[in-house]
Design a protein around this ligand. Sequence first.
Ligand SMILES: [Zn+2]
Length: 95
Amino acid sequence: MSDKPDFLICALADVEFVAQGSKFDRFCSRCHKAVALAPSGQRLLKQQPELLILCFPCYLQDKEARAEEVQLSSNPQEIAAEIKSAVPNLRRNRN
Ligand SMILES: [Zn+2]
């Protein structure tokens, strides 16, 4: 592992669809907006609590983060299953 912090890139909590079992109690380390954390991301964060959470917009604006390798939060099969089982984000219409 490198000495630089690694990033966990997440969708913002107001996206239209989320993986089943997503949680919304984590926040982007830069803009502090709530993010949607899929079960694979939740597990990764438990294993590597030092990960910095970045939302998509912040990631895209962050040269340092973009210079890093992008890694999957889990194995491709699990991520594909999360995408396939994605559900409408009920949180989205709640204010
Ligand atoms: Zn952000």
